[in-house]
Design a protein around this ligand. Structure first.
Ligand SMILES: Nc1ncnc2c1ncn2[C@@H]1O[C@H](COP(=O)(O)OP(=O)(O)OP(=O)(O)O)[C@@H](O)[C@H]1O
Ligand SMILES: [Mg+2]
Length: 477
């Protein structure tokens, strides 16, 4: 057997249990409201009503830091009070001169969930109750459980929050508040379980099914959600673990081995969830394999075995429901093919579709910013010395439709025109999956004769051409 059979226990020791307790205790006291002075409030409230809104700052502490958690929390709070007139989603920079303590101990501060309300996606500080979540990333990487004789990889496990998934949630872009809905649903489900709500009286479970076309980020979203919840619940649970099961591997050609794999998998899960202070996420990827397994069974060779395995899996999943510290996340490409018995078990069935125009724009925007950061592409010559940047989709649309409001001072006309070109490129990309969109800049760059430097505007045109080629190749196949 290769892997980390006892990863859960060793990780508690390894992750410095005192540190974990310190983080957990701190969560009780670091929920804070930022309240400006009364006269400032009076003027402000006359113009804008307060919003009953809790906002989140997630603070990632450097792995090397041993600073007292309460001290970090206090410093973050002071920094936010001092610096922020408004909150928008995204990372906050930490200045070496201004905040030397935070610069030394904090890797990142990220404002979350601020985009739903407020004008222009920005919330002003008196409209917000701020919650601060502190966490440290786990650097260990995945532990893998493989079958002794055949070398079949049955599942992988991570201690969360894991470095691999850092920034994953923010990188996934969907419209219509999908991520927020999933997060809120999961938070409520865990809270109900934790408070011991009687499921005979109020019915709910902790099974989520994400389904939709390939490459739309379903697996990534499940992992990112688990990571997010591990951060949000680190005041309640000492540790979180993600177990990723590839359902397909359970129903490989080794049908006779499948029963053993399922048993072993659930033995592992059982071991974990018996520890009440561990939050366990079970990710079953490509769950349609269950249905495929049944069909194969009906058609042929080893019916009894594979049906038994599917049933065993469903029974085991049902048993998990009685444990309050487990969330089951599942994905499927082909919803119609997912075993109906399984679909019934999922509380939330979210369709994850191809990115719409706004999502295409924002995905490409994040790609281009990365290429600009690394110097692979450059800003247009005519931009001169002005601060040129791609505008957010919301700002671009706002400016495009509001004739009263030409380009604001701090963001130049060049930004506006560049962003309009990006919008045209995003339009040409509609119909592509998120996975292809993230690959597109690479494919486009590969067509360049001179790879050393490429002007941003020119690159946008090449991107649009590449997108068209991808789309037409797809329609031919
Ligand atoms: N909406 C999106 N926003 C940003 N990136 C996305 C989006 N959708 C997909 N991606 C990118 O595509 C990559 C692949 O996503 P992932 O493997 O999670 O998709 P999937 O839906 O599980 O695919 P499959 O159905 O083939 O298993 C992600 O790492 C991400 O970079
Ligand atoms: Mg997937």
């Amino acid at each position: 057997m290769h892997g980390r059979g006892d990863m859960n226990r060793s990780a508690i020791g390894r992750c410095d249990s005192d540190r974990m307790v310190e983080l957990a205790n701190c969560m009780e006291v670091c929920q804070t409201s930022i309240v400006p002075s009364q006269d400032v409030q009076d003027v402000q409230l006359a113009r804008l009503p307060p919003i009953d809104k809790v906002d989140i700052a997630e603070v990632c502490i450097k792995p090397t830091s041993r600073a007292p958690i309460a001290e970090v929390q206090g410093q973050v709070k002071r920094m936010l009070e001092k610096r922020n007139l408004s909150y928008a989603n995204g990372p906050l920079s930490i200045a070496q001169d201004g905040e030397p303590f935070l610069f030394e101990h904090v890797q990142s501060i990220c404002i979350c969930d601020a985009d739903e309300q407020g004008s222009n996606g920005v919330l002003l500080f008196w409209q917000v109750n701020l919650k601060i979540y502190l966490y440290q990333l786990n650097d260990e990487g995945p532990g893998e459980e493989t079958e002794e004789t055949e070398g079949i990889s049955s599942f992988q496990e991570w201690v969360l929050p894991a470095r691999e998934f850092f920034g994953l949630w923010e990188s996934l872009i969907y419209d219509t508040g999908l991520k927020k809905r999933l997060l809120q649903y999961s938070e409520t489900a865990l809270l109900f379980a934790d408070k011991g709500v009687d499921s005979h009286l109020v019915s709910w479970n902790r099974v989520i099914l994400l389904h939709g076309p390939p490459g739309t980020g379903k697996t990534s979203l499940c992992k990112a959600l688990a990571q997010k919840l591990s951060i949000r619940f680190n005041g309640r649970y000492n540790q979180s673990q993600l177990i990723e099961v590839n359902a397909h591997s359970l129903f490989s050609k080794w049908f006779s081995e499948s029963g053993k794999l399922v048993t072993k998998l659930f033995y592992k899960i059982q071991e974990l969830i018996e520890e009440e202070d561990i939050l366990v996420f079970v990710l079953i990827d490509e769950v349609e394999s269950l249905a495929a397994a049944r069909q194969t069974a009906l058609a042929g060779s080893e019916p009894s075995d594979s049906i038994r395995v599917v049933n065993a899996l469903l029974t085991q999943l049902d048993k998990l429901k009685s444990w309050k510290n487990v969330v089951v996340l599942t994905t499927s490409n082909i919803t119609a093919a997912v075993d109906i018995a399984f679909v019934d078990r999922a509380d939330i069935k979210a369709y994850i579709g191809l990115p719409n125009l706004q999502a295409c724009y924002e995905i490409l925007r994040s790609c281009l910013k990365e290429l600009l950061r690394t110097g692979i592409i450059s800003l247009p010559m005519h931009a001169g010395t002005k601060e040129v940047d791609f505008l957010s989709f919301k700002t671009l649309i706002h400016w495009s439709t509001d004739s009263e409001q030409p380009c604001a001072e701090e963001e130049s006309e060049a930004s506006f025109h560049l962003s309009r070109s990006l919008l045209a490129t995003a339009q040409a990309c509609q119909g592509l999956s998120g996975r292809t969109l993230r690959k597109l800049p690479f494919l486009a760059h590969a067509t360049l004769a001179n790879k050393l430097i490429c002007d941003c505007s020119k690159f946008l045109l090449i991107l649009a051409d590449t997108a068209q080629r991808e789309l037409s190749e797809r329609s031919c196949t």
